[in-house]
Design a protein around this ligand. Sequence first.
Ligand SMILES: [Zn+2]
Length: 333
Amino acid sequence: MIDIGILVEAVEAVGARGRPTASLHLDASAGIVIGVDFGFRSLRVILATVDHAVLDSEERVLYPAYGSDDGFDAAREMIDQLLRQRSIGWEQIVGLGIAIGGPVDEASNSVILESLLQPWPGNLLEIAASHFPCPVYLGNDSRLSCYSEMLWGAGRGYSSFIYMKLHSGIGGCLVLNRKIVTGATGAAGELGHMVVESPGNICRCGSRGCLETVVGVPAILATLASPYPEGLTWSDTVARLARGESAVVRAFDDAYRSVGRAAGSLANIFNPEAIILGGALSRAREGVALSVEESFARHTLPANAGVTVQVGSLGRDAAALGAVGLVLTHGIA
Ligand SMILES: [Zn+2]
């Protein structure tokens, strides 16, 4: 990074023995980094400087389960517009990071498990290369959300923590001793496919009773189909939650209880300092961390009594910011 001008060495202070001490700083003028988070029906684009100051963060709603070509085209259009507004050319772009739902196979740069984003088949880096004239990097959205929380958000002060993304799909990431656990094939952290109910509903992964079938956004909407046969959108559901409609409150209470139970089991295995929550469910109402913590405490060993449960601090930007981090570090393993 020094060679290409992103890191600059600066003489900062005089050390204890009278010698100047040098430190490394990111040179904010060295270029622009782009992070793109592709969600189930929307995408978010962040423009940031190489010292990760966010210049723009914008979201666009697309149709559900859009394909990779439409997604990349829409992202390119948004990016071109943002660059034009700031008179920035593509030659100033250091790189573009992509956050995508589903585990990413690092060898083939493809999504391994059928995700909510299907159809996105093939080598996504190769496909992206025809859309973006700059270096492109690819990562799993939950892992990248965790990465940004670790670098710049709620995870900064912890050595070991578990990140749980509670969204349309349920994802996760484990940080042990400031290292993200990637696993043998890069697929570690798929917390949504922990079996928490038996027999339970059939999951898109082919198993039954996965956490995702109990607490994901589609699962909550399906639970509410009986009391609300006319069908609810997510924003309508969150509004009814705020109004305290009893069936909706019950559905969310049950979901947070299940998350706490799963987090308790995970803590028994990994003994983290914190559980950090992200995704739409973590922001659906006040006091989510407390609801999860109450259930967590009932389902974990005394050794984990000091574990803090908290909501991530980077909100909807977390995955796109993690994609920015991915570009800056060229990998997170
Ligand atoms: Zn599953």
